[in-house]
Design a protein around this ligand. Structure first.
Ligand code: FES
Length: 109
């Protein structure tokens, strides 16, 4: 049995040169997601873990997050998008199709 019902990873990687998710406010929006989850549904905040992560190797799609156990990838622009992911997916289990990144990604060797 899993410790958490869902586990969310925000790429908060930073690079001095080149694209990285933290150039899009990832660290702040990760903190915002934790706060919104706690405010909106304190009972879920104990069962859904939101973590910062290093590069998730989808930099070209960034900023990115991934939600397990469903392995659903999202991109986002602002707090409005994070609100929708928190309310729809993390609390109610409904995927946010408009923010999903397709599964055609191929890992670059
Ligand atoms: S910097 Fe975010 S996925 Fe690589």
């Amino acid at each position: 049995m899993s410790i958490y019902e869902r586990h969310v990873f925000f790429c908060t990687n930073h690079r001095e040169n080149g694209a990285a998710c933290n150039h899009h406010g990832a660290t702040d929006l990760c903190a915002y997601a934790k706060k919104r989850l706690t405010e909106a549904a304190p009972e879920y905040a104990k069962r859904v873990r939101v973590n910062r992560a290093g590069c998730l190797a989808r930099c070209q799609d960034g900023p990115v997050i991934v939600v397990y156990p469903e392995a659903v990838w999202y991109t986002y622009i602002d707090a409005i998008d994070i609100d929708e992911i928190v309310n729809e997916h993390l609390i109610n289990g409904r995927f946010v199709e408009r923010l999903r990144i397709d599964e055609s990604f191929q890992f670059q060797k």
